[in-house]
Design a protein around this ligand. Structure first.
Ligand code: DI6
Ligand code: FE
Length: 405
């Protein structure tokens, strides 16, 4: 007998969305220590299983903890002024080319200390957690110097120590060309490849490397160099691709075995096929589509046809998606992209976990880590149907009840 027996917690009579589908019958769910240890239809439950378990909850809808697989949560300042400029007719690209946009957040983020970035980012993280997130990916990309990119990644890692949440970090050195490299994009790409990636890998600060493959970002050839450097250092790959135009970035990412291609409004059938063949996840970001008032829809029907897994994420960032309410993303994925509520919820759990290379997360099944949300709703679809904060009754992180209402 171990000196401290593993604590057992039992939830009774919950409706379960397991990350892929809604289970037909009300279920009882047992957590032992950090893992899901049992899942039974209520009417087949043998009370012997409840032996030694504390009743942790009854009723409600249980989902996997939400996985927000694409955020730019760490930054200083805000861009409300640009929001107004866009409403007056300026485009996102015009503002970017005039030195605003991402570069405006770069100036503010470079000027901020690690502690200041923590203070600025924690309320955003707390908003995600209060709406059910248990795993969040956080990108750099507002530093664009070695020191400032590493600073952002360190802040992201520290956020994961300050709150009960899994943080996955991504180096996005190739987010924009910093002004000191104007006219020398290839030199900047060399800095990303030869200095930033090796340093982030050596310090264990990045789990993946991302690029912005776009006219106002980096060319496919430049992104390819970055993918090669990232692979040489054993880092996973992701791409912002086909957001504003079709440069073939998603197919390139797929060719390199990337975990995901994100945004993809302008993705064509060849790109969809390449992603299907490589198992690259399509990360849909309806918040950015909404805020930029885009009209080009991602090719949802083709993605379905080719069975490309679809994830949904917040893209929380100061420019195109200043939104930290993940269940709103489920709603927007349905209303704007016509996903079904089941697809949207799966996109924020099981499929999002795949987009992070963590297929062990985002599922409710025996043996999985116990990252769970208990919601005060009648059915999982309600989470996508209604836009309402405060429906989370409990958040369970790694077997521990970390939020209870
Ligand atoms: N696409 C986006 O939507 C974000 N980054 C990117 O490459 C926006 C970042 C920003 O505008 O600050
Ligand atoms: Fe993004």
């Amino acid at each position: 007998m171990p000196a401290f027996p593993t604590p057992k917690q039992l939830w009774r009579d919950v409706r379960v969305f397991d990350g892929l589908t809604q289970l037909d019958e009300p279920m009882n769910l047992l957590v032992e220590g950090e893992r899901i240890a049992g899942l039974w239809p209520v009417r087949e439950f043998d009370e012997a299983f409840a032996q030694g378990a504390a009743c942790a909850g009854r009723g409600g809808v249980m989902t996997p903890g939400l996985v927000d697989c694409h955020t730019h949560l760490v930054y200083a300042g805000n861009r409300a002024g640009e929001f107004e400029q866009r409403l007056e007719g300026a485009s996102y690209e015009e503002i970017a080319r005039a030195g605003g946009g991402i570069l405006s957040s770069v100036r503010a983020t470079r000027a901020a200390s690690e502690d200041e970035l923590i203070a600025a980012s924690l309320p955003r993280l707390d908003a995600l957690l209060a709406d059910g997130v248990t795993t969040v990916e956080i990108k750099s990309g507002y530093g664009l110097t070695l020191a400032d990119e590493l600073k952002m990644l360190r802040v992201a890692r520290r956020l994961g120590q300050l709150r009960p949440v899994r943080v996955i970090t991504t180096l996005l050195g190739a987010h924009a060309l910093p002004p000191e490299y104007a006219g020398r994009a290839d030199d900047y790409v060399a800095l990303v490849c030869d200095v930033m990636i090796p340093a982030a890998a050596a310090e264990g600060l990045a789990d993946a490397v991302d690029v912005f493959c776009e006219g106002i970002g980096f060319s496919p050839a430049q992104c390819e160099r970055i993918f090669q450097a990232a692979q040489a250092h054993g880092l996973a790959l992701k791409a912002h691709a086909e957001q504003l135009s079709n440069l073939g970035g998603s197919a390139l990412a797929a060719r390199y075995g990337a975990l995901s291609a994100d945004h993809i409004e302008y993705l064509d059938e060849a790109g969809v096929r390449a992603m299907a063949e490589a198992g690259t996840v399509a990360v849909l970001l309806p918040g950015a589509f909404h805020v930029l008032r885009e009209t080009q829809l991602p090719p949802i029907e083709l993605l379905r046809q080719y069975q490309v897994p679809m994830a949904v994420a917040s893209d929380a960032n100061p420019g195109t998606s200043p939104i930290c309410l993940p269940t709103l993303m489920a709603n927007l994925a349905c209303t704007l992209f016509r996903l079904t509520p089941r697809e949207a919820l799966s996109g924020m759990t099981a499929q999002a976990a795949r987009a992070l290379g963590r297929p062990d997360l985002g599922r409710i099944k025996v043996g999985s880590p116990a990252d769970l949300c208990l919601w005060d709703v009648q059915s999982p679809a309600e989470l996508a149907y209604a836009v309402q904060a405060g429906r989370l009754r409990q958040r369970i992180f790694n077997g521990e009840l970390v939020h209870a209402r």
